[in-house]
Design a protein around this ligand. Structure first.
Ligand code: URP
Ligand code: ZN
Ligand code: ZN
Length: 487
């Protein structure tokens, strides 16, 4: 009889073929077998638990530069938080320096111009030796100059086949640049990711609101209405179709936007959609919080209406919407979101750094409000949080599913564990035994006080236990860069 290094026994495994009651055998860093009565040198009892692949978060921003600040979770704190919440792989972004404006004429300027490969190497080096879980990187495209596009095949070959573009913010690509980028990426066998919002429309609405003195956070969603996202998604899909480039629309906040992606897929286009827990669970009512508290929820696109929540759940359940990423991009409320104001003279909503924390609780939020609430099957939960991101981003079958030969990234999920989320370090609340202190490096969570039933009991990365009962027990720098195949 062969002995495995570790056997996870008596759990319900959620495999691509559905739930099975079986043992999981691990040898070294790999899943070696799924079967009955497996013997191991170490045995972990998973009676009453779900055994699932480590979750994959395809959209995080760790240490992301944002004007004078950086997002507050770094590669250590952010990946520890992810591990405690059952995520074993994140995909972050390379943010290259913008190329100089105008034609690149001199040698000095040429050397100065953005080099995607140099930026990739630098970003990878920033994470290596610090990330505690495995990580990949998407490349951000800030322009479609010939020198930039010429680098795309080399970036794909370096394991980075997904390219992030913005239709808004100062990093936006105009339509002619976006289609050129899509054309180049498509020919290189890659995929373009798009933050889709209509920049000109938003700029006009913002200006009008500010001129009228409407500066409070509750005007943020009014400045970026649903129609601005829907139009931009339709346009991005049209450009990608014409360029014959696979496209992935990030952080979809509206039911209409998600339906547009589903319709494109129905026509045979290679298109994917991602939403986030905040767009499934929160609404624009958060912006009406007293004082400046609404600033905590400022992100783009903004939180929407309950009808959008419901439509996104429906499309997620039917897999017309493929993935759930977090868009984890935390900034401290005190000193960052409030730009250091103390006297009530707060800045206009246009100056609030956009983004919020969320890397840790995605899997559990989706379990409680998806699976337990009857909105998602347990298979679809695993698919949206692990298998679909792995397939779309060139990590499957190494990651994202419990199959022999895959990395032994495994979560033992306790479906009955009750937790109440808080960001606070110490608490004397009644019922404190259920209080779960998030590890995210931030002074708030948008999910403060959320009661969940279901939380990871154990997280394993390539055969090693890295988190147990909400405590990190792995090693700093234990994560590896993932060279991904064409996404
Ligand atoms: O407001 C947001 N979502 N900030 C993070 C950066 C982005 O747009 O994805
Ligand atoms: Zn974005
Ligand atoms: Zn983002």
């Amino acid at each position: 009889m062969s002995y495995y290094d570790t056997v996870i026994r008596n759990g319900t495994l959620i495999t691509p073929e559905g739930p099975v009651n079986a043992d999981l055998g691990i040898v070294g860093e790999k899943i070696a077998a799924i079967g009955q009565g497996l013997q191991g040198r170490e045995v972990i009892d998973a009676t009453g638990k779900l055994v699932i692949p480590g979750a994959i978060d395809p959209h995080v921003h760790l240490e992301m530069p944002a004007g004078p600040v950086r997002s507050s979770d770094d590669w250590v704190t952010g990946t520890i938080a992810a591990a405690c919440g059952g995520t074993t792989t994140v995909i972050d972004f390379v943010e290259p320096e913008p190329a100089p404006a105008g034609p690149v004429e001199t040698l000095v300027e040429t050397l100065h111009a953005t080099s995607l490969r140099r930026a990739l190497a630098a970003r990878r080096a920033e994470a290596e030796g610090r990330a505690v879980i495995d990580f990949g990187l998407h490349m951000t495209l800030l322009d479609a100059q010939p020198e930039t596009l010429a680098e795309i095949p080399a970036v794909v070959a370096a394991g980075c086949p997904s390219f992030k573009t913005y239709m808004t913010y100062s990093m936006k690509l105009t339509d002619d640049a976006l289609i050129a980028a899509m054309d180049a990426v498509g020919r290189a066998g890659g995929m373009v990711m798009v933050h889709a919002e209509n920049d000109a429309g938003i700029a006009y609405l913002r200006r009008k609101l500010i001129e009228a003195g409407h500066v409070e956070p509750r005007y943020h969603p009014i400045s970026r209405p649903a129609s601005m996202e829907v139009e931009a998604i339709e346009r991005a899909l049209a450009l990608a179709e014409a360029a014959e480039c696979p496209v992935y629309i990030v952080h979809i906040s509206t039911g209409r936007g998600a339906a547009a992606v589903a319709a494109a897929r129905g026509r045979g286009q290679v298109a994917f959609g991602e939403t986030c827990p905040q767009y499934l669970l929160l609404t624009d009512a958060e912006f009406d919080r007293p004082g400046f508290e609404g600033a905590k929820f400022v992100c783009s696109p903004p939180l929407r209406k309950p009808e959008d929540n419901a439509a996104l759940w429906r499309l997620l359940a039917s897999a017309d919407l493929q993935t759930v990423g977090t868009d984890h991009c935390p900034f401290f409320y005190r000193g960052e979101k409030d730009l250091g104001q103390r006297d009530g003279a707060y800045p206009p909503f246009t100056r609030i750094p956009g983004g919020m924390p969320g890397i840790e609780a995605r899997l559990a939020l989706l379990y409680t409000f998806g699976v337990r609430a009857g909105r998602l099957t347990v298979e679809r939960w695993v698919d949206a949080c692990a298998t679909a991101p792995a397939r779309i981003f060139g990590l499957y079958p190494r990651k994202g599913a419990l199959v022999p030969g895959a990395d032994a990234d495994v979560v033992i999920f306790d479906p009955d564990r009750e937790v109440v989320l808080t960001h606070a370090r110490a608490t004397s609340r009644p019922g404190a035994s259920h209080i779960y202190r998030l590890h995210e490096n931030c002074d708030y969570t948008p999910y403060e006080g959320f009661g969940l039933t279901g939380w990871p009991a154990l997280t394993m990365l390539r055969g090693r236990i890295i988190a147990r009962d909400g405590k990190f027990v792995g090693q700093a720098g234990g994560g590896r860069f993932l060279e991904r195949g064409d996404g």
